[in-house]
Design a protein around this ligand. Structure first.
Ligand SMILES: [Zn+2]
Length: 274
């Protein structure tokens, strides 16, 4: 028989208890779902690193499809860059289709990259800052911040660039979260984290203004969203051992949204003639 503990105070509770007798928390055993949540949000699996590897796999798969269909961006290194048609089929952010009802494009576009350097740059950045944010906030809130920043970036960039892909906005969100963390933590360590984050954003800005075709609005929209969440999400939660049930359920909703968005992208590609 499984023993269930209250998610707030840790007292033993009945599986279907409506309220914890010790602290009054409603549905303290979360309908018996907590052991399953503990398995999903295991401290032994890095969500950030898994996500970075997933982005590489998606890139390779898309490149393969692009080469099979002959829709590549050009010669040389560009042979490993999917052409616009393939990008749209895989779920690139494209304003016309977004306004025509493809609401899921800001989600799927976060998983796609146009070019070897683009994916390499983002994956290296994610490998560097992702595990740090995951350590500070926990994997569930990392997941929520990543998706929210990515989508916020695309929505901020929407009026300025018609066609975009990349996890850059979401990764800038991680930098924003580091700055938010610095403010929240305070002291010398918080100051150092804040300075590091601001320095990275300056590099991103320089890069964005020097290299053509970069959607700076998406970068800064993502950074702003990450910063807000980094300030709002309580950093003491991880010191107390683990993330709240609410954070974990929110992360599951985000993952379900990503899966639904990928499903809709596949459905739309298979059913429309584009
Ligand atoms: Zn309790």
């Amino acid at each position: 028989m499984t023993a269930y503990v209250c998610g707030r105070c840790g007292s033993l509770v009945e599986r279907d208890a409506r309220r914890c007798v010790s602290c009054g928390r409603p549905w303290p055993a979360l309908f018996g779902l907590r052991p399953a949540l503990d398995r999903v949000f295991s401290p032994h699996v890095s969500f950030a690193k898994t996500l970075a590897l997933t982005l590489v796999v998606i890139y390779l798969a898309m490149t393969l499809v692009a080469q099979k269909t002959g829709d590549v961006a050009g010669g040389g290194l560009e042979r490993f860059t999917a052409g616009p048609l393939t990008l749209v089929r895989f779920g690139a952010m494209y304003d016309k289709l977004f306004y025509a009802g493809d609401w899921w494009r800001p989600i799927t576009a976060c998983l796609l990259h146009a070019g070897v350097l683009h994916v390499l740059f983002n994956v290296v950045a994610l490998f560097q800052i992702g595990p740090l944010i995951e350590y500070i906030y926990g994997p569930a809130r990392f997941t929520v911040m990543f998706l929210a920043s990515g989508v916020a970036g695309y929505l901020a960039g929407l009026p300025f660039l018609a066609f975009t892909v990349g996890a850059s906005g979401a990764i800038c969100g991680m930098v924003g979260a580091l700055i938010g963390y610095g403010y929240q933590r305070g002291g010398a360590y918080g100051e150092a984290a804040r300075r590091q984050g601001i320095q990275w954003l300056i590099y991103v800005a320089l890069f964005g203004f020097l290299v053509p075709g970069v959607n700076n609005y998406a970068h800064f929209g993502g950074a702003a969203a990450g910063y807000l969440l980094g300030r709002v999400f309580d950093i003491r939660q991880m010191n107390r051992g683990r993330e709240s049930d609410g954070a974990r359920l929110a992360a599951l909703v985000c993952m379900a949204l990503v899966l639904a968005a990928c499903g809709l992208a596949a459905y739309s590609t298979l059913t429309t003639d584009r």
